[in-house]
Design a protein around this ligand. Sequence first.
Ligand SMILES: [Zn+2]
Ligand SMILES: [Zn+2]
Length: 228
Amino acid sequence: MARVRKNTTIKQYQDFVEEVYGLSNDRHYSAWDMLTNVDRFTMRGLKGIRKQDPEKTRKNLIIAISWFISMMNQLHIDLEDETWKRFPYLCSYCGSCPCKCKEKKPSKRKKVRVNKSKRPKTLEEYQIMFSKLYPAGERTLDHAGIHLAEECGEFSEAILVYRGNHQDKDFEQIELEVADMFSCFLGVFNSLGISLAKELSIEFSNNCHACKKSPCQCSFINVAKFKS
Ligand SMILES: [Zn+2]
Ligand SMILES: [Zn+2]
């Protein structure tokens, strides 16, 4: 039985997704199919914000994040590394913690000195880091949701450009965008006041959240029609 533990690292969660969904992803899903599922479930999560239905947001974003992690596995991107490179306990723009971009919008990204001892170990610790960088009390849930939508578009754009050109510099742009998008997923969870790691440990306590098998045996059509 494969499961996600509450104290999971991002890397362990990536390995869980590979173990449970890797086979199905390889056989049934192109990069475009996976990207469609990331977008689709993220948008369903945002609909939950508009409808003031936090359960709808929670459930759909958990599924969106799992598709997002499947894409990280397909692209061989270490999400934990990329997140730390972009957010070393400092805002990636202004270089402060908490972020001071609102007071003084920086014209370009600041070079920062990284304190390696502050590097979070678990997924939970990354969520706490983002709650300190971008405190939920300083923006609304709607704002966090709009930011996630923006980053979702930028991530899709980076995939589109890379798939067109197949150049290293375009792949590097994907690596930057995945960190931004992941920070926004965690931003929405911080605004909702719930722990992503805890929710993953409940949803994925026993293999695939839907068919309860590992590897997942959900059919393509059931996934395409899945609603929550
Ligand atoms: Zn900032
Ligand atoms: Zn399944």
